[in-house]
Design a protein around this ligand. Structure first.
Ligand code: ADP
Length: 356
């Protein structure tokens, strides 16, 4: 294999996640052998944090680590999967085709785009399973970054809620709830022993899709910004809207949601809701549904720690706080919601590790 930058790629339903390992312990010999193309690619990736209109490098996530006895820095880049043709022509213009090499890839797009990579970039995709890569990536990053895993204290109190580091070193068994376009739920018993226990098609993509329909917004970031200023109680029917107060026999307080979007059957209420209220209700509905399925899976599997990952949680404190609260409250304090700083990048990391 000709010299190729160390990449791992996760080509998902919505976003491509590209992880790039930059060795920092090069010997003079390594430097002499480095091809021009590799230098050009490194310079291009490192000299900016935005690529075109939609590509982004998450500079705050970059981290030092060792891979295959090499010290270096991991860089994290993402762009929409819909921009794949732009990415391919950019990679061509940087001379990737001359390397005639192999890149490790995971996610559905590793299959969908395989032919294009081969024909247009002269690149062979070495394909890896996305859930195996996800678990591999979680184990690796968590080992290097003591601050990786955290939970939320007082999640429902605006002033008092805090991110607290969680020691994940003795973590088995745990559940992984990966919220991407859709949702996969895995039970993990050891480094190599895990199974997919459930999933739901109502995921991050559903949130964005419904928000676009209901509010006319165009992007995930806009949908989250709208949701931040909205009030879902104007959209959802609560227990108190039906009972006039609590339903104490089964411990349901008046502010529990009884029917998501339940107010929207009334024209009068529909006329009063704002786009922000609708975005918030959509976010709350999707998040609570995922929380509820995750909780059932945890109970079924007899697992107490639930790790939420995936890019749905990017810049999305509302959902993290809701999940943290819901896990704790509905389990009577036995379940703990955990989160990871590198959110949606674990599949790409796990896949990069397969290269070596
Ligand atoms: P996938 O592998 O299915 O693409 P991800 O883990 O990358 O899954 O998560 C995709 C989800 O992340 C989207 O459905 C959306 O809810 C959310 N998301 C976060 N940031 C963005 C973004 N910049 N563009 C689109 N979706 C985003």
């Amino acid at each position: 294999m000709r010299q190729m930058p160390w990449f791992g790629m996760d080509i998902g339903g919505t976003l491509v996640k590209l992880v790039y390992f930059e060795p920092t312990d090069n010997t003079p010999d390594d430097e002499k052998n480095e091809t021009e193309t590799v230098k050009i690619i490194r310079h291009y990736l490192k000299s900016r944090s935005a690529y075109g209109k939609t590509g982004k490098r998450d500079v705050h996530l970059q981290m030092e680590c060792s891979i295959k006895n090499r010290r270096g820095i991991l860089h994290f880049v993402r762009f929409p999967t819909s921009e794949m043709p732009v990415f391919i022509s950019l990679a061509r213009s940087k001379g990737i085709a001359q390397l005639a090499s192999t890149v490790c890839a995971t996610g559905g797009g590793a299959y969908k785009f395989e032919k294009q990579f081969s024909e247009e970039l002269n690149l062979t995709l070495k394909k890896f399973d996305e859930l195996a890569s996800l678990i591999h990536g979680i184990h690796f990053i968590e080992r290097y970054n003591p601050q990786e895993c955290f939970y939320l204290q007082n999640p429902m109190e605006d002033e008092k809620f805090r991110k607290i580091p969680f020691d994940f070193s003795d973590s088995y068994p745990f559940l992984v709830v990966n919220i991407g376009s859709g949702v996969s739920i895995l039970a993990v018993y050891s480094q190599d022993k895990y199974k997919r226990v459930s999933g739901t098609s109502l995921g991050g993509g559903t949130f964005v899709g419904l928000c676009c329909l209901l509010t006319g917004c165009e992007t995930f970031e806009d949908a989250i910004a709208l949701a931040s200023s909205g009030d879902s109680n104007k959209v959802d029917k609560l227990v108190r809207d039906i009972y006039g107060g609590d339903y104490p026999k089964f411990g349901l307080t008046g502010d529990t949601i009884a029917c998501s979007f339940g107010h929207m059957i009334s024209k009068e209420k529909r006329d009063k809701v704002s786009k922000a209220d609708l975005a918030r209700a959509t976010l709350v509905t999707i998040t609570n549904n995922i929380g509820s399925i995750a909780r059932m899976c945890a109970v079924n599997e007899g697992i107490e720690r639930v790790v939420f990952t995936g890019n749905f949680l990017r810049v999305n404190q509302i959902s993290m706080r809701l999940l943290a609260y819901a896990m704790d409250f509905w389990s009577g304090g036995t379940l703990k919601a955990l989160f990871l700083e590198h959110e949606g990048y674990f599949g790409a990391v796990g896949c990069l590790l397969e290269l070596v």
